[in-house]
Design a protein around this ligand. Sequence first.
Ligand code: NAD
Length: 252
Amino acid sequence: MEKLFDNSVALVTGGGSGIGEATALMYAVQGAKVVVSDINETHGNSVVQKINAGGGNAVFIYADVSLPEDCRRLIDTTIRTCGRLDIAFNNAGIGGEIHPIADMSLEGWNQIIAVNLSSVFYCMKYEIAAMLTRGKGVIVNMSSILGAVGFPGSAGYVAAKHAVIGLTQTAALEYSVKGIRVNAVGPAFINTPLLSRAGIDDLGKKSLVQAHPIGRLGEPNEVAELVCWLSSDKASFASGGYYPIDGGYLSQ
Ligand code: NAD
C-alpha cells in the first residue's frame, strides 16, 4: 500500500527525544527516509536504531541548531547523503531560564533566542535554498501555545515562540508560490523530558493539567500526527498557518 512519504527525505531537528522522536518514528512508518538531527548523539542514534530495526530508513547527523554553520552543514550533508530534502521539521528547542524579566540573565535571554528562534531562521535559510532547486518542499516550524499568549517566568521562551509564527508567515508569503509550504504548530503542555526537566512539583503539575480544558496534558504522538498531516500532500492548501494543538488551552 502506498504510504504518505514514500520516496521522501524528511529532516527532524531535536529528533532524539520527545515530540521530535515521535515525529521521526511516524515519518519513517509512513515511508520517509529520516534524517534525525540532535545535539545529543546518544539519543539521536538510538532513535535511528529504533527506526532501522523496525524496517525503516534513518541516519543521524549531529547539529547544534543555535549555530548557523552547523545548520548549513546539516542541510549540505543531508543533500550529499540522501540526495534531496522534501520535508523539514524545525523542532529543536529548550525550556530555558525561568525568571521574571527583571531577574532574567542576559545569557539566559541570548540562549533561548538562539536555540528556539534563530535556529529556525538558520535552518529555513538553508532548507529553502535546497528545496528551491527542485521547486517543492514542506517546512513545519515548532512554536507553542506560548506563541499566542504570555506565560509568567518565560519571557524569552514566549518571545521566541511568538517570533517563530511571524517567521513562518513571512516564509510562506515569500515561497508558497514557489512550491514550498511553511506552517507552524503550537502544542500546549506535552508529556516530554523537556517538561520533566522544568522541575514542576505535584501541585504545579495539577494546576498545569487544570489549565487544559480536556483535563490532561498532551502526548508526543498527538503532536506528531498533526506535523505529519501538515508535511503530507493531504495538506496541499495549508501554508502560512499557525496550528494550535492544545486540548482547548487557547479557547479560554
Ligand atoms: P525534549 O527535550 O524532549 O526534546 C528536545 C530535543 O531537542 C532534545 O533531544 C535536545 O537534545 C534537542 N536540542 C536541544 N537543544 C538543541 C540544539 N541547540 N541543537 C539541536 N538539538 C537541540 O523536548 P520536547 O518537549 O520534545 O520539545 C520539542 C520542541 O517542542 C521544542 O521546541 C519545545 O519548545 C516545543 N514545545 C514543547 C512543549 C512541551 O510541553 N513539551 C510544548 C510546546 C512546544
